[in-house]
Design a protein around this ligand. Structure first.
Ligand code: PEP
Ligand code: MG
Length: 601
């Protein structure tokens, strides 16, 4: 007879026919490896006669998998079927890669009078600006082992912070395969891989290796920030690497002209996702005017535009201003309803990178920092946490930081929870105090240390009873006292996610400073439907939910905001405001739209 152990640890296999128009290149390989690494058991990919460890990105890459190939996924260990499903589901998403990533519109060409040069569209759009010649080569003076070691670690940390982006997750995996003993060894290893990649089907990986070398060099040098022009500018570059695009996205760059760039390179993907018009021109650009027009949609750089060309281009830029663009332009203006009600629109963020993006979104501070995404790989030290929080707090006048919300649908590799029959009803959110008090204590210490004089709101998730909140707040007060930290600017509140809170508001009013409604979990618990269930779905516009929200708004004597998805639902906004909600917290990309909808109410 089979034991339970046999059932759980048997090998599960599944065949997948790849439908990946661009093959399984670096990012998908990194993604597969990262999914496989989240699993304790063994996972393999078998193609023809080769069997490779699915946790090793380079081995998957070496299989050279192409569109139409048949592979076998195999896993053994507990819940092997789940990991196989996850990888197979991810592979299915590659079918759409072509449409998602290389969407380049072209329209009828303009007749520009001035001299123009033709290239290939990388990211469509039209822009006017001063040309800015991009220089990427610099040599760092200090190359001793300690400086290199620090730079290597810093680069790893930087990439960790960007691990929600597949491109930088893949770079991190590449970095981990490179020697880390000395800069010389590191440099020659990179040189050797680059030579071996030239002319191969994985040539695009070269940019990622160069980017890693640049990041290390940057982290070894004193001058880290490139000075960009303050006025609108068009970058003219021989080569741009992925991390360069992130720098440009934070500047007043209006467009990019680059000598060598494949539309499917990582830098191109980032240019499109940041909506930066870009073209690739395979020759040197000379005799360029002080102001140029980049008509990326039509693959043109007008290097000597006439006055008429400039007028025409300006008109086109204005015409292209869709309502999204208009909303975006007005993002820093207040969100005031027609009858004069001022609504705060805040942003939900997860890490330093998304905090920086939020800063540009016009948000009125941060309504939800989902802190569980800050350190996803390894348990951070208090100092590391403090640095990351400090960096975020510095950017805004007001930040609401939620303590770790692990359990249910969220997990971290360094927080092991016991297997539970109903994880959504078990150790989750503030209940971690029962099993992982040390981790929450360290987090609270880091948050409070980083708060300095900023208005900071500390929010506990998944609170069901007043005692839970009181215990959590007392822990924070004790930590502050032990470490002589001033809490004058810190307030404490709860997420309303558990229905019991609705019936305890009178008691909560006496102890909390604020409430934030997590409509995602509140709906899950109101309807007893797992929010991740693929058959059962919750009606997000159910009157039951609105009644619950109204009850909270009526009974709460402390400020109430909504940070669940309902807040970013354009159709829901006016109803939420009529209920009495005056603060919404939404993903930063949506801030301009929600502000604009509010102005229409
Ligand atoms: C919510 O539950 O609505 C919420 C904002 O929290 P999360 O989605 O992170 O659980
Ligand atoms: Mg929640």
């Amino acid at each position: 007879m089979k034991s339970i152990f046999d059932i759980f640890s048997k090998t599960v296999t599944t065949k997948v026919k790849l439908n990946a128009p661009y093959g399984i290149h670096l990012r998908p390989c990194a993604k597969i490896a990262s999914i496989a690494k989240s699993y304790d058991g063994k996972v393999f990919i078998i193609s023809d006669k080769n069997k490779v460890d699915a946790k090793d990105m380079n081995k998957i890459l070496a299989l050279g998998l192409k569109d139409g190939d048949e592979i076998l996924l195999s896993a053994s260990g507990k819940n092997a079927n789940l990991i196989i499903d996850k990888i197979a589901t991810f592979l299915l998403t590659l079918t759409n890669e072509k449409d998602n990533n290389v969407k380049i519109e072209t329209t009828k060409s303009f007749d520009f009078e001035g001299k123009a040069t033709k290239g290939t569209t990388i990211s469509s759009g039209i822009a006017i600006g001063i040309p800015y010649l991009w220089q990427n080569n610099f040599e760092c003076k200090i190359v001793d082992n300690q400086t290199f070691d620090n730079a290597y670690r810093q680069t790893l940390d930087d990439l960790n912070l960007m691990s929600d982006n597949d491109i930088f997750m893949a770079q991190k995996a590449l970095l981990e395969t490179l020697p880390s003993n000395s800069f010389e060894e590191f440099k020659s290893a990179i040189k050797a891989v680059i030579t071996s990649l030239r002319g191969s089907e994985h040539e695009a990986k070269i940019a990622d290796y160069k980017d890693l070398l640049n990041s290390i060099k940057t982290n070894m040098s004193d001058t880290k920030n490139v000075e960009f022009p303050k006025n609108d500018f068009i970058v003219i570059a021989d080569e741009l690497l992925p991390s360069d695009i992130l720098k440009l996205a934070d500047s007043s760059a209006k467009g990019v002209v680059v000598k060598n760039l494949s539309p499917r390179s990582h830098a191109a993907l980032l240019l499109r996702s940041h909506k930066i018009p870009a073209i690739s021109i395979d020759k040197n650009i000379e005799n360029i005017n002080d102001t140029v027009i980049l008509d990326a949609t039509n693959g043109l750089l007008v290097i000597e535009p006439s006055e008429d060309d400039l007028v025409k281009a300006k008109k086109e830029i204005e015409k292209n201003s869709s309502s999204e663009l208009l909303d975006f332009k007005a993002r820093f203006e207040g969100a005031i309803t027609k009858d004069g009600k001022k609504i705060k629109v805040q942003a939900n963020i997860a890490d330093v990178q998304s905090a920086k993006e939020a800063l540009m979104s016009g948000c009125d501070g941060i309504g939800l920092l989902r802190s569980e995404f800050l350190f996803q790989k390894e348990k951070p030290s208090v100092d590391e946490q403090c640095r990351a929080y400090g960096e975020i707090f510095e950017l805004f006048d007001e930040v609401t930081v939620r303590t770790l919300d692990i359990g249910g649908d969220k997990s971290l590799p360094y927080i092991k929870l016991n297997d539970e029959q109903n994880p959504f009803l078990g150790i989750r959110g503030v209940r971690l105090l029962k099993t992982h008090k040390d981790i929450i204590s360290e987090q609270l210490l880091a948050i409070l240390k980083a708060s300095r004089k900023k208005d900071l709101k500390v929010m506990f998730p998944m609170v069901a009873t007043v005692d839970e909140f009181v215990e959590a707040k007392e822990l924070a007060l004790t930590i502050a006292k032990e470490n002589k930290l001033n809490l004058d600017n810190v307030s404490f509140g709860i997420m309303i996610e558990v229905p019991s809170v609705l019936f305890l508001l009178e008691e909560f009013n006496k102890v909390v400073d604020f409430y934030s409604i997590g409509t995602n979990d509140l709906s899950q618990y109101l309807f007893a439907i797992d929010r991740t269930h693929n058959l059962l779905s919750i009606d997000s516009h159910s009157s039951v939910l609105y009644d619950a929200l109204k009850l909270i708004a009526d009974k709460a004597l402390r400020p109430v905001s909504i940070c669940g998805e309902l807040a970013s639902d354009e159709e829901a906004v006016s109803r939420l405001i009529s209920i009495g909600i005056d603060t919404l917290s939404v993903p930063s990309k949506i801030v301009p739209t929600i502000k604009s909808r509010i102005r229409d109410i």
